[in-house]
Design a protein around this ligand. Structure first.
Ligand code: SAM
Length: 245
């Protein structure tokens, strides 16, 4: 699907509009499509994000780009006393999450990840699933996440990553041919699932993403890939003694 033609908008705002419109269209079938594409593994990955974030049990966690709340709800299930803020700029995605079991125990918040409406150093952990690839300005995203995180708090990012290695040609073929077809049949939107492989192909390699995190001020940056090298998990921390917060 071509980007929305908005000659008056700067590229970052144009991408934001395009992304939000796309997720509002696919919100109703988003979870089903994820389960099908990942063979049901995505729920375990979201739980892993929460484990890696390791918030204090009664602390505050921000799930940024929370969508239908997969990570936010997993966080509340793992830590019943945790305050979980699920923020996103697509109301239709959050509406699906709010209706899920446990959805009322999460604080849903309409927010742009590039200009967060939160005070400095208010969260013990900031997590995101499949958000970074969708923002036009990852540096600004990480700067905002750094700002709202408490010193010593962790950031965890789960996202797809450009395929490489011996299986890469096969995976690219799967991305190019099979995922859009699945998107059409299961997700009801071929365009959105043409964007997914295309945005993955052109996304930052894991070490480049790690470098962006370090440039934003995060320390102890580590990452690993899995699912035949198609997914990456990055974990980092905000330094304890931090002059930049
Ligand atoms: C692929 S979905 C991921 C949803 C959820 N985190 C998950 O793990 O399934 C990406 C979400 O990020 C949101 N998003 C993208 N760019 C955003 C931005 N700049 N500000 C807020 N939300 C954004 C979209 O609206 C969408 O709900």
């Amino acid at each position: 699907m071509p980007p929305i033609q908005s000659p008056d908008l700067p590229p970052a705002e144009e991408k934001a509009r395009f992304v939000s419109a796309m997720f509002s269209r696919i919100a109703g079938r988003y979870d089903l499509m994820n389960a099908v594409m990942t063979l049901g593994r995505d729920r375990a990955w979201r739980r892993r994000v929460v484990e890696l974030a390791a918030p204090p049990p009664a602390g505050r966690l921000l799930d940024m780009g929370a969508g239908t709340g997969g990570i936010a709800l997993a966080a509340r299930a793992q830590f019943p006393k945790l305050t979980v803020v699920a923020a996103d700029f697509t109301a239709e995605m959050m509406a699906v999450g709010r209706r899920k079991p446990g959805g009322r125990q999460v604080d849903w918040c309409a927010a742009d990840a590039l200009a967060l409406p939160f005070a400095d150093a208010g969260f013990d952990a900031v997590v995101s699933g499949y958000l970074v690839r969708n923002v036009a300005l990852p540096n600004r995203l990480f700067a905002e996440q750094f700002r709202v995180l408490k010193p010593g708090g962790r950031i965890v990012c789960l996202d797809t990553t450009p395929p490489r290695g011996p299986l890469a040609p096969l995976i690219r073929l799967h991305f190019k041919r099979i995922i859009p077809l699945m998107g059409q049949w299961v997700g009801g939107d071929r365009g959105a699932y043409t964007y997914l492989p295309e945005s993955t192909r052109t996304f930052l390699a894991p070490e480049a993403l790690a470098a962006r995190l370090a440039r934003a001020g995060f320390v102890q940056v580590r990452w690993r890939t899995f699912m035949f090298g198609t997914m990456a998990l990055h974990v980092a921390a905000k330094p304890m003694a931090c002059g930049r917060a």
